[in-house]
Write a protein that binds this ligand. Structure first.
Ligand SMILES: C[S@@+](CC[C@H](N)C(=O)[O-])C[C@H]1O[C@@H](n2cnc3c(N)ncnc32)[C@H](O)[C@@H]1O
Length: 315
């Protein structure tokens, strides 16, 4: 029997409204680059009878779950266990000669990854510090915590976690691991707890930012976003739409920068006429939107979402 997970797809109605205008053609393809538990994909398949979905995920467990959930749409959905920056290869394999009408990226971790203690994503468990989305990758969070220098750990916690106590936490980890390696989530939480001054202990869970930073590094999430965007924007069919939801400021900056470049004309200012190749090829259709109060109450994960979407005007 299929396990069930508490998962509410983030900003679902808004995603549907923003991508729907791209689906006027019979048999249009939506690439869901972060299929996860298949929540968004299921809603799109239910809503649009002629839509085909190519679902990608680097996590084999997520794909297996989504495959079962979407079994009733088996004639309209294809799955690939790849990183989303390989979407062009997967598209050519499953929909040869076609271009996607829409691309959806809902970044970060799924509730299955967070809720399964074995995966080591959650700071509320005694699991081994793993955090790999793809369990065949080499580096785990445990490797980083036990081998990086204090200054590298501190800059990681600052960069990807916006952690104000980064240096203090990094020093505490390095001191603690001299006595015994830091193997489990609860061991790391205890170290961070002890290193947190009383006055700062009210900022939510002490480990939240450190765990986020480790997860981003283990999965090289920012590199993945940087790698996927130019190719995804090229791949999209003219008239197509891309929608990205990120949950962290560094991710959102990368998304904004990559799309912004295509929404501006590159024509030199002193040219009287704009040449075709200099025209902006994309138009923003949603800029840094967030979830509403009601949704945040029902689904706390939506609190930090930043949604951006753009339409491809021409090649
Ligand atoms: C937030 S969840 C997606 C949830 C999904 N929208 C739903 O409604 O069920 C993000 C998923 O993206 C996957 N993921 C993250 N980075 C990826 C990458 N670079 N390539 C492929 N999948 C990735 C994760 O494994 C995770 O399953």
């Amino acid at each position: 029997m299929m396990a069930t997970y508490q998962h509410i797809p983030v900003m679902l109605e808004r995603c549907i409204d923003l991508l729907a205008p791209a689906f006027d053609e019979q048999g249009a393809v939506l690439i869901d680059g972060t299929l996860g538990l298949g929540g968004h994909a299921e809603a799109f398949l239910e809503r649009f009878d002629n839509l085909h979905v190519l679902g990608l995920d680097r996590d084999a467990d997520a794909l297996k779950y989504a495959q079962e959930r979407l079994a009733r749409f088996s004639d309209r959905v294809r799955f690939a266990h790849v990183r989303f920056d390989d979407m062009a290869i997967a598209m050519e394999k499953y929909f040869p000669g076609q271009r996607p009408a829409a691309i959806l990226l809902d970044l970060g971790v799924s509730s299955m990854q967070l809720d399964n203690p074995e995966r080591g994503f959650s700071y509320l468990s005694d699991a081994t510090l793993d955090m790999r989305m793809n369990r065949t990758d080499d580096v785990t969070a445990k490797d980083i915590v036990n081998s990086w220098s204090a200054s590298d750990l501190a800059s990681l916690f600052r960069r990807y976690g916006d952690e104000p106590l980064a240096k203090r936490y990094a020093d505490a980890i390095v001191t603690a691991r001299q006595a015994v390696p830091v193997e489990s989530a609860d061991q790391l939480v205890a170290i961070l707890d002890r290193a947190t001054p009383r006055s700062k202990a009210t900022r939510g869970h002490v480990a939240k930012r450190v765990f986020q930073a480790l997860r981003i590094e283990v999965n090289r999430e920012l590199e993945s976003i940087e790698a996927v965007l130019p190719g995804a924007l090229d791949l999209l069919a003219p008239g197509g739409r891309i929608l990205v939801m990120s949950y962290q400021s560094a991710e959102d900056r990368l998304v904004k920068r990559a799309i912004d470049q295509r929404t501006r004309s590159t024509s030199p200012l002193d040219l009287p006429v704009e040449m075709d190749q200099d025209r902006a090829t994309f138009t923003w259709v949603a800029k840094r939107e967030g979830a509403g109060e009601e949704e945040i109450l029902a689904n706390p994960r939506s609190q930090s979402v930043r949604l951006r979407a753009a339409m491809k005007r021409s090649e």
